[in-house]
Each structure stands twice: as structure tokens, then as C-alpha cells.
Design a protein around this ligand. Structure first.
Ligand SMILES: C[S@@+](CC[C@H](N)C(=O)[O-])C[C@H]1O[C@@H](n2cnc3c(N)ncnc32)[C@H](O)[C@@H]1O
Length: 406
């Protein structure tokens, strides 16, 4: 998958009644290590969305400044610097104190939501085509600098207008604090499995096992390791209430990461909470979404914060956390220490600990993970490979695993 990324805050300027927005962006893979290199130029579009907190949203296409041609991404490009006319949008927004969000997307191949992302073929020849994830920015009323951009993923069985999850990422060149392919695909696969009725004989067994856990009536406690900006745990906190029939009990999702990830994750938790309050029609029991720092170097020693140690975890989740082989012993040690803590809490009725793991294999050395898991008594109960076509490059894949330890 490729991602449209803003390299700096959009700059607003005006001369009389004419308002201009200058954008600087690139299109790269999740690691930022390769730029989109398409066989044919790809048309890009920019639009504004004008909205009030709870009112309807209006979509307004934006034009490039006259004489600046067509907005396209071609092979060999590293950056695009279009300027768009936002005069009409600013006028309309300032009259009614509205929020203005700008979206840069591709006309074709746009990864707007769960259904697009899971569809492996999008062109007429049925050749697998990769996708490009749009980027959103909410402009400040005073025209000041914006620090974050967002990703929106529409949920299955809904339209983008009324139901999506939104996560913020940092603007700039750093690849930290943004979303990654494995987390995106894992979230999409679980959301689709839980939210859409899928014939049980065609559904992969791992997702079926998760679905029965997530859509049952028992309260579920899930802990996520290395949550990043919160795409998986935060995303599931939106999916759970829509899939669990009443009178299902409250679920807890505890997202964890290193201290430096905390503020971005907490911002995303606030966004999710605000979106939940705006959808008051949803009366299903809410999910208790929590965050706590958990460094695997401490986790492997069984040193957990108050939240991590005070629950029995029905499921431990992790996505794209296994690429750094030096950290694998600490990571697997943390999983085993969580199992020990679970066993201690279960008393006379020991139950197995389940781990859902999503990874986009990047290099062969990562396979050390499976040896470490096996050495510590973890057994693989399900495995599924999701193809991940990449525009202008070889198809990659995301692997989903369910491991258990008795
Ligand atoms: C590639 S990111 C994946 C983030 C998220 N799971 C996703 O799929 O978007 C890896 C995450 O692991 C976290 N991480 C790396 N080393 C860690 C450690 N020793 N303890 C806890 N988290 C760690 C990083 O801070 C980062 O958020």
C-alpha cells in the first residue's frame, strides 16, 4: 500500500478576497523507503469538506491555481507542491463557523475504507492493483500551522459520510507515529469478519475464532502491545459495540506502547470518544478504551503497570511489532509473562492465553519469532495470508496468526 503524506503543514495565504492553500506532499510505502512509481501517471484530486460538529458535511472539489496544469503523480516523482484556490470554501466556512478539512486522494486506487482495502482487484482486467491511502488535514481558523494529518477508514456496510474511524499521524518526514500496513489490514480483516455476515464455510478459521470471541456476549478484555497510533485497538473499540448483541457486557481494550507514543495515542483516543458521542444513536454498551505504557524490556520481567496487571486478558493483540529482530526476545518474553499473569488470575480454572499477531514480512531474519514462540510453549492455531498488491511494485502480503499457550 502507498500513503499520501504531508511533508509540512499546509500554508494559507490571501490577497484581498483570494485565499490560497499551498500543499507539499509525497506518496510512499509505510516504511517511507520507496516512492510510488506507477507505470502510468496517476490523477490526484483535492477536495474540501465543510462541516459543523454534528451537522451534515459538504464536499467541495478544489481547483489548482490557473495555469498550473493537472495534478498527477508520475514515476520518478518524490514530492508534489500544488497550490489550490480555497477562496469559496473559506468564505462559506467563516460565515457559519464551520470546520474545513482538506483531502488529497487519487482518483483511482484510493484506499478509503475496509471494503476497498480488502478488495485485491480494482481494475477492469482483474489484475491485482495496489492502493493509495488518502490524507486529510483540518485547517485552523486562524490559518496557523497544523501538526497532524489524519487517515479515515470507512467501515463495512456503511458509507464514508456517516461511519468511519479516524486516526491522526504526525506531519513531516519521520516515519514514527503513523499507521502501518499490517495494522491497517488486520483491522480491516477483523472489522469485515465481525460486521458483515460471511458464510462460515468460506471464512478463514483464525478470523472465525476471533469473531466468536468478539461477537459473543461475555465481557472481553484485550491488551494490545506496541499499539502505535492505535489503529488496531482503537479501531476495534469502534467495531465491538456494533457487533456485540445486547445484553453483552462491557469490553476493555488496553493499548500499550513506549512512553514516546503515549500522547499521540491518547489524542486518537479522544478523537474516537468524540466521534462516539456524536453518534448518540448507538446504544450498544461502550468499550472501555485505555492506554498504559508497557516497554517489552520490563514486560519480559513480569513488570506491568496497574491496568495490565489487574485483568485477565482474553486476547493479546499486536501488529507490525516483529520487524526488529533484536526486540523479539523481549516481545516474546512479554507475551509469556502476560500468560503467567493470566494463569495466576485464573486460579483453579486455568485457561489458555490467545495472541493475535499481524505482520508484513520484510526480511527472513524475522522468522526467528516463530522459533522463540515455540521454545516458550506457544502453539500456532491459525494462520492466514492476505495479499497486499503494491502499485508499480511486487505484491506483498500481511500474515495473520493466532497463537495459544495453555
Ligand atoms: C511499526 S510500529 C506498529 C504500530 C502499530 N502496532 C501499527 O500496526 O500501526 C511498532 C510499534 O512498536 C513499538 N515498540 C517498539 N519497541 C518497543 C518496546 N520495547 N516496548 C514497547 N513497544 C515497542 C513502537 O513504539 C511502535 O509503536
Amino acid at each position: 500500500m502507498h500513503y499520501i503524506r504531508l511533508l509540512k503543514s499546509p500554508a494559507q495565504s490571501h490577497s484581498g478576497k483570494k485565499h490560497t492553500l499551498d500543499l507539499v506532499f509525497t506518496i510512499t510505502t509505510d516504511l517511507g523507503d520507496s516512492f510510488l512509481y506507477p507505470d502510468e501517471p496517476i490523477d490526484l484530486t483535492i477536495h474540501a469538506e465543510i462541516s459543523t460538529d454534528s451537522g451534515p458535511r459538504t464536499k467541495v472539489p478544489l481547483s489548482l491555481l490557473p495555469g498550473t496544469g493537472k495534478l498527477q503523480w508520475r514515476s520518478g516523482m518524490r514530492v508534489a507542491k500544488p497550490s489550490v484556490d480555497i477562496s469559496g470554501v473559506i468564505q462559506q466556512a467563516s460565515k457559519s463557523k464551520c470546520k474545513v478539512a482538506i483531502c488529497i486522494s487519487t482518483e483511482k486506487y484510493s484506499a478509503r475504507g475496509v471494503r476497498d482495502i480488502l478488495a485485491t482487484t480494482v481494475d477492469s482486467e482483474e489484475e491485482p492493483a495496489g492502493q493509495v491511502m488518502p490524507v486529510w488535514i483540518t485547517l485552523k481558523h486562524d490559518g496557523g500551522e497544523v501538526e497532524v494529518s489524519t487517515r479515515r477508514l470507512s467501515l463495512p456496510g456503511t458509507t464514508e459520510q456517516d461511519s468511519y474511524v479516524e486516526f491522526e499521524e504526525e506531519i513531516g518526514e519521520s516515519i514514527a507515529r503513523h499507521i502501518w500496513d499490517a495494522g491497517v489490514l488486520a483491522f480491516c480483516a477483523i472489522a469485515e469478519s465481525c460486521m458483515l455476515p460471511t458464510p462460515t464455510d468460506t471464512e478463514p478459521s483464525g478470523l472465525k475464532a476471533l469473531k466468536s470471541l468478539f461477537t459473543g456476549t461475555k465481557p472481553i478484555n484485550a491488551l494490545e502491545l506496541g499499539c502505535g497510533v492505535g489503529i488496531l485497538g482503537g479501531g476495534l473499540s469502534v467495531v465491538f459495540p456494533r457487533t456485540r448483541p445486547p445484553p453483552s457486557r462491557r469490553c476493555t481494550i488496553l493499548m500499550t506502547d513506549l512512553e514516546e507514543a503515549e500522547s499521540r495515542t491518547r489524542s486518537n483516543m479522544s478523537r474516537l470518544l468524540q466521534a462516539r458521542q456524536e453518534h448518540k444513536s448507538n446504544t450498544a454498551p461502550p468499550v472501555k478504551l485505555l492506554y498504559e505504557n508497557l516497554d517489552w524490556e520490563q514486560g519480559r520481567e513480569g513488570t506491568f503497570g496497574p491496568e495490565a496487571q489487574s485483568h485477565r486478558w482474553d486476547l493479546v493483540l499486536l501488529s507490525d511489532c516483529t520487524y526488529n529482530v533484536d526486540m523479539l526476545p523481549a516481545l516474546v518474553g512479554t507475551l509469556s509473562a502476560l500468560h503467567e499473569s493470566n494463569t495466576a488470575q485464573a486460579g483453579d480454572q486455568p485457561q489458555s492465553t490467545k495472541v493475535f499477531l499481524a505482520t508484513k514480512p520484510r526480511h527472513a531474519s524475522e522468522e526467528a519469532l516463530f522459533g522463540l514462540l515455540s521454545d516458550q510453549g506457544w502453539t500456532e492455531s491459525h494462520r492466514q495470508t492476505l495479499p497486499l498488491p503494491v502499485l508499480g511494485a511486487e505484491t506483498q502480503c500481511v500474515e495473520l496468526y493466532l497463537y495459544e499457550k495453555a
